[in-house]
Design a binder for this molecule. Structure first.
Ligand SMILES: Nc1ncnc2c1ncn2[C@@H]1O[C@H](COP(=O)(O)OP(=O)(O)OP(=O)(O)O)[C@@H](O)[C@H]1O
Length: 240
């Protein structure tokens, strides 16, 4: 579904993304992990043609993403609150997005009804503008707008970062349902190793712009990643 060839992004003379070749197949669930500044968001932004690489290209279903439109009809993404329209209420925004995807108000309502638990009474009918929602609740609106689009490809950048544990649990189930039951290809970045391993069958580990590990999720993946991030070590007792 996604193919990346010789991709390089350079800022201020420093290469921040360098991916010679990467393929993500249709129906895969891929997790992107890496320390702050590893290049995850920059990679996402290039896949969505929000920024252009210095060299290389990204193909979606065989067509170059940059400067083309076809991929937009089946790709839904939420990277940050810049994807929202802050002066709208969540309802106005979600009906707007639904409308762009030829959905009637009733169809949007039907999808939103399935998200009642995920919204936890904080999103709809509150008379609030999106700009006045917390970051976590803005994220819920962003994720809902993605699901409304019935995408074939779903891309979320750190969706677990600002949401509470109940919502994290619900989001994980929604992502598993999207991938396993609806066949949606999912690409999700996260700093939460447990969550990402729980929802993704394949993990890409980025370091300084380079994908240094590309592993199928297994029972040893968590300890492998914990070793890399240095969080699996037992602390030595303090010196007497
Ligand atoms: N517009 C920009 N101008 C200059 N440097 C940038 C710009 N955008 C990103 N960078 C740099 O590119 C590198 C990769 O940043 P990126 O945001 O992609 O990392 P990340 O893996 O998403 O990090 P985080 O986990 O902190 O969100 C960083 O060194 C960052 O400072």
């Amino acid at each position: 579904m996604i193919e990346i060839k010789n991709l390089k992004k350079i800022y201020n003379g420093i290469t921040v993304v360098d991916v010679p070749h990467l393929e993500i197949g249709k129906g895969e669930s891929v997790g992107l992990v890496g320390n702050n500044g590893a290049g995850k968001t920059t990679l996402f932004r290039m896949v969505l043609d929000l920024i252009r690489p210095e060299s290389g290209e990204i193909l979606s279903n065989g067509e170059v993403v940059a400067g083309h439109e076809k991929w937009k009809s089946y790709t839904a993404s939420y990277l940050d609150e810049g994807f929202l329209i802050e002066y709208l209420t969540p309802e106005e925004y979600l009906y707007f997005i639904g409308g762009l995807h030829q959905q009637s108000q009733a169809q949007v309502d039907e999808t939103l009804a399935q998200l009642t638990d995920f919204f936890n009474g904080e999103i709809l009918s509150r008379g609030k503008y999106i700009r006045d929602l917390s970051k976590g609740n803005q994220c819920k609106v962003g994720v809902a707008s993605c699901l409304l689009q019935n995408p074939q490809l779903l891309m979320l950048d750190e969706p677990f970062a600002n949401i509470d544990p109940s919502t994290q649990f619900r989001l994980k189930n929604m992502l598993k349902d999207a991938n396993k039951n609806k066949g949606i290809t999912t690409i999700v970045s996260s700093h939460d190793l447990n969550h990402i391993i729980d929802v993704c069958d394949r993990i890409l580990l980025m370091e300084k712009g380079v994908i240094i590990k590309d592993i199928a999720t297994s029972s040893s993946t968590l300890s492998e990643l914990e070793d890399y991030f240095g969080v699996g070590q037992t602390l030595s007792p303090p010196a007497p």
